[in-house]
Design a protein around this ligand. Structure first.
Ligand code: G6P
Length: 368
């Protein structure tokens, strides 16, 4: 990997567009596409089948990758998952089970709070695994087992390709756990491996939505607040979308679980604040539609990211409906991450901010 911007104006743009390649590169280390099974690059030092609990600990964007993984591990492997941001986890002094796996997710592998959480888990008898992008980092060195992301160097402070590569690794691990724990059969594994193998192509198609996202960014650049909503594994993508936007455009944005709308943010709905809804057509799509109806009934402006089935089934007026390719719902978080990255990027460019080096933020937070 050459660390230059190439023909791109910012590293962030380059890193967004590198995603098909680096996701494919990462998955090549986890999938055997010919046999249709997961083949982990390292043999875990623990047995998935005998784990009582998985604790996922991370900060920032890596934390949201962990939050998606919670849905995957619970659904595909029936493994109980607790997740927390590292700065809370480390000082909570949480009780940990005898047969627990602690998983640390970090691009840099140097985040101080995440590293402290790792040391706490080691001292409390957990199996310690890490998903890291920098193989020589402290977290990689101190973990019992390292599941690498192969995103290459990420320069933009706002994480993009590291996030989707983390998701690719975490999805592979969840499928491996599901098989080992007897909750997925061979055919389930084959289907999911095929779906994961399709990811680079799906991300290529999604990147082609960029001209529409640029037009949307012109609307977003005019407002002061944006609300992002999602349910299930789209909820962490709503959180990530809001984080990306606030980090680089300095527009206030909040991510919310769609079902929590009525417990607070509904009071904010007006004719100005865009409500961005992340909703692939899945088993809970209709629930999200009823939340959109609540927004529409109050004159709210909805921007819907969905697929062809969702666009046909969503009976609500929207300001914009952006249609992503159809795909199995398990892999949707990975693909839906891309348009929210592009939206934050283009909004920030219009606002004239320092996209790669946003004010007050650091790429790697090695102090508390
Ligand atoms: C900083 C960066 C974020 C990143 C977080 C965690 O806040 O600005 O982009 O998600 O740290 O970093 P890590 O290297 O542990 O993934």
């Amino acid at each position: 990997f050459q660390v230059d911007r190439g023909n791109y104006r910012h590293f962030m743009a380059k890193e967004i567009h590198e995603q098909p390649e680096v996701i494919g590169h990462t998955l090549a280390h986890y999938l055997d596409l010919t046999a249709g099974c997961i083949r982990l690059p390292v043999t875990p030092s623990f047995d998935w089948a005998s784990l009582d609990r998985l604790s996922i600990v991370a900060c920032g964007t890596a934390y949201y990758a962990g939050l998606v993984a919670k849905y995957w591990f619970e659904r595909l492997a029936r493994l109980p998952v607790e997740i927390d941001v590292a700065s809370e986890f480390r000082y909570r002094e949480p009780p940990l089970p005898k047969n627990g796996l602690a998983l640390f997710v970090s691009q840099s592998g140097e985040t101080a709070d995440t590293l402290a959480g790792l040391r706490y888990c080691k001292a409390h008898g957990q199996h310690v695994a890490a998903v890291v992008n920098v193989p020589t980092s402290s977290i990689a060195r101190e973990a019992d087992v390292v599941f690498p992301t192969l995103a290459g160097p990420e320069i933009g402070v706002a994480s993009t390709k590291a996030f989707t590569c983390q998701l690719a690794v975490l999805a592979s691990l969840a499928v491996a756990a599901g098989r080992a724990r007897g909750h997925l059969g061979i055919d389930d594994e084959k289907r999911l491996v095929r779906a994961l193998g399709d990811l680079p192509g799906l991300v290529v198609k999604t990147l082609r939505l960029e001209p529409r996202i640029v037009r949307l960014a012109r609307e977003i650049a005019k407002v002061e607040d944006v609300l992002y909503l999602g349910r299930g594994s789209s909820y962490p993508i709503a959180l990530e979308g809001a984080l990306k936007l606030k980090e680089i455009s300095y527009i206030h944005a909040e991510g919310y679980a769609a079902g929590e709308l009525k417990h607070g943010p509904i009071a904010l709905i007006d004719e100005v604040m865009p409500v961005i809804v992340i909703a692939p057509f899945d088993a809970i799509f209709e629930k999200t539609v009823s939340n959109m109806q609540e927004v529409a009934a109050r004159g709210g402006r909805i921007i819907l990211f969905t697929d062809s089935r969702g666009a046909a089934a969503a009976s609500v007026p929207t300001l914009e409906t952006i249609v992503l390719p159809d795909m199995p719902s398990e892999i949707a978080p990975l693909v839906y991450a891309v348009p929210v990255q592009m939206l934050a990027y283009h909004t920030a460019v219009l606002m004239g901010t320092d996209v790669d080096q946003p004010r007050n933020l650091a790429k790697s937070v090695t102090v508390e």
